[in-house]
Structure formats: C-alpha cells, structure tokens
Design a protein around this ligand. Structure first.
Ligand SMILES: [Mn+2]
Length: 410
C-alpha cells in the first residue's frame, strides 16, 4: 500500500495552472484572429504506470493551460472545442481526479464553452473541414500520422510557427511568471555562491540550487543544471556535475528554476576560493564587456544571430578587439555559440526567424571557452525587449568581478 501511496503522491496534481483561465482564452482568441484554417493539437499521451512528472506538450499548454494527458484541441476562426477522455476510476486512483466532458463543472474548470467527449473529435473535425481548407498541426507526431491517413488529400501544414509567433510576444502574466522564475533562480545562485568552497563537489552546488527552487514552490529546474569546475567550465552543456572543485579554478553555474510552467536561464562564473587569477579576470572582463555591448545594442529590429546587424556579431567583435589567446590570436573564435534565444514556457522557447520585437524575452549569454587554459567563462542574463531598448530582468544578481569575488570569498 505504501508503494501505491508513494506512486499516487508522485503522480498527483501536475502543477495546476495558476494563471487565470482568461489568459488562455485570450491566447486562443489571438490565434483565431489571424487563422486561415483549422488548428488541431493533441495533449501529451500517457505512458502506462508513469512514475515521473511529465510536462504537457508546450503548444497545447500555451492555448489551454491544461496539464492532463489524452485531450485534443480544435480551433477554427469561429470555434474552440476541447475534447476530453472519459473518466477511468481505476486510473484516477493513481493519478487523482481528472475532468471529463460529462462533468457539470467542466466549463468552469477548463474555461472552454464547448467541451466534448473524445469520440466526437472526428465528426467535429469533418464538419470544420467542410468550411475550412487548411489544416495546421504539429509535425512528426503519431497524431500527425493518423491525420494524414484520415485526410490523404489535405495539405497538412506545421502549426508550430503559427503558435510560435504568438508565444514570442509575452503577455503581462507571462512576464510576471518569467520574472518570478528569474528571481528564484538569482536566489539559488546566491545560495550556491555562499556554499562554494575548495573541495566541494559540483553536485553539492547543484543540490543547493535545486533545493532553492523547490523551497520557493517552483516545480524544479528549467533544464539540467550545469555546474562545471576547472576543465568542465569549457564544456558547454556539461551536466554530469560529479567533479570536485578546487581552489584557483573557475566554476560555471548555468541553472534556473521552472515556476508556474515558465522558465528562466541564468549563468554566472565564479572563482573557487574567492579570487580570480589575473588571467581568469582578464577573460571574465572581456566576456562581461561583450555582454554589456550586446545588452546596450538590444532593441527592436536587431537580430540575435547573423553576419550583420546582430548581437552575436557585436559580442564577437568586442572579443576580437580585446585580449589574445596563448598563441597571440584574437578571442572571438572561442565564442562558439549564439548570443541567445527566446525564453518562455521552454528554456529554448518557440521562435520563428526574424529580428527582435518589443515584448520578447531573450537571453544574452556570451562565453569564452579555452580548453588549453582550463578557463571557461559564460555570463547569461534574461532581457525583455522594449520599444526602444531592453530591460535586464536579472539585474539583481551581480556581474562585476569584484562583487562576485566578495560573494564567494572564504
Ligand atoms: Mn541559455
């Protein structure tokens, strides 16, 4: 019985949406405004005897706020229909109560005026397709394959870019959620700094980060925490976190919380023992200068990446103009990734190619990684693009090397 109880607790409420249902209603209305066809989305499917929390399919979540599996969403320019599976008493003993179309409170709980049992999906879709030619759904899913079999003569287009265009412009409620995830993440970095000392293992710093996320009521991590000391500081997506950090090394901590479904993405680099070596500080200051140049240039119209008029180029040019490697070469070539990406429901959030626009939240994360010197430095912050510039959402966490030294000094 205890085993079942533990299972039930693990599977219990999948973090109910705290955002008001009106937020999701507004998103569907915005989708319908510019829609020239039918959008079909499937909620995540459910594995048998699931024992880990599974996140909802992000596009389905964005438009419904529902975390349960098995549902379908149909949106046309004039209608929004939610299809729900029937109750399954035995399953609900394991996973908790779920909504079904026959429930009297289903409209209040879901925010949908039209909620139908799942078996009505095909009839309703047929009807929608009698007046709409185009079909949009996510590509390369089992659901897409079924649709193609059902409608071999329809052109089935990708729904991802259509919804991404909406997802890229954050609403006030989304900005508040991202700010909260950011604030908790900054607190976690401060807690890790406080604990940082020679001889501590990377996973111990990870434990402090994750503990802070959970203590603040967040769901957990936005992505696997990266705690890379010494040589691991030069490995971009290092996440094994099993090495002992020693005095004289730098530690790259790239870690952020997921709160109320929303992500953040924060990186700081700090010296173990509280003092950057002169060379570490030199590299650090160049990365910081590149980041400041990119933040100062961020505004609507400029691109994140690209050979001209991009923030990546501005950061790289700054690095090329400051400092050298051990062979007298410029440092820009050690910045081997892009300057940033969209952040929202996902840490690498949905996007379509194009220049920055007001209302977008993106990271600015230059880095220099020199394996030959065991020095990797990345500084990553989240910004909100505004009408004429950018607002640093993570400004409360120090970036200046003196302040970081003070925070980790032992
Ligand atoms: Mn990032």
């Amino acid at each position: 019985m205890r085993r079942f109880l533990a299972l039930a607790l693990l599977l219990a409420p999948l973090v109910p949406a705290k955002m008001p249902l009106d937020e999701f209603r507004t998103r569907r209305a915005n989708l319908r405004k510019s829609l020239d066809g039918v959008v079909l989305l499937a909620a995540r499917t459910e594995a048998r005897d699931e024992v880990f929390r599974v996140d909802q399919e992000p596009n389905f979540y964005y438009l419904t706020g529902l975390t349960d599996p098995g549902a379908r969403l149909l949106v046309t320019p004039s209608r929004e229909i939610l299809f729900l599976p029937h109750h399954n008493e035995r399953l609900e003993h394991y996973v908790g109560k779920r909504s079904s179309a026959e429930d009297s409170d289903v409209h209040a709980l879901t925010g949908f005026e039209e909620v139908l049992p799942i078996e009505k999906f095909e009839t309703e879709l047929d009807q929608a397709l009698s007046t709409n030619e185009k079909v949009y759904t996510l590509q390369n899913t089992p659901f897409t394959d079924k649709l193609k079999l059902l409608y071999p003569f329809r052109d089935i287009s990708d729904a991802a870019p259509v919804i991404a265009k909406l997802r890229m412009k954050k609403s006030a409620a989304e900005l508040a959620a991202i700010q909260h995830a950011t604030d908790v993440s900054l607190e976690a970095h401060r807690a890790a700094w406080k604990r940082m000392a020679a001889g501590l293992y990377e996973y111990q710093l990870e434990a402090t980060l994750v503990n802070t996320f959970l203590e603040n009521g967040c769901e957990g991590v936005s992505y696997a925490p990266i705690v890379g000391s010494g040589p691991n500081s030069t490995v971009l997506h290092y996440s094994a976190n099993h090495r002992r950090a020693d005095r004289g090394e730098v530690v790259v901590i790239d870690s952020a919380a997921q709160c109320d479904g929303y992500a953040s993405d924060i990186t700081r680099t700090a010296p173990v023992g509280g003092k950057f070596s002169p060379r570490q500080r030199e590299i650090y200051e160049i990365v910081l200068g590149a980041q400041n140049a990119a933040i100062a240039a961020a505004k609507p119209g400029i691109r994140l990446s690209g050979p001209t008029n991009s923030l990546t180029k501005i950061a790289k040019d700054y690095m090329d103009a400051h400092g050298k490697d051990l062979h007298g070469e410029p440092l820009g070539k050690y910045f081997i990734h892009g300057i940033g990406h969209q952040v929202g429901l996902q840490v690498h959030d949905a996007s379509v190619d194009g220049p920055l626009e007001a209302g977008m939240v993106v990271t600015i994360e230059p880095g220099i990684y020199i394996p030959e010197e065991n020095i990797g430095v990345r500084i990553e912050d989240v910004i909100l693009v505004t009408e004429n510039g950018a607002k640093l959402l993570s400004a409360a966490l120090p970036r200046e090397p003196d302040e970081i030294e003070k925070a980790v000094a032992k």
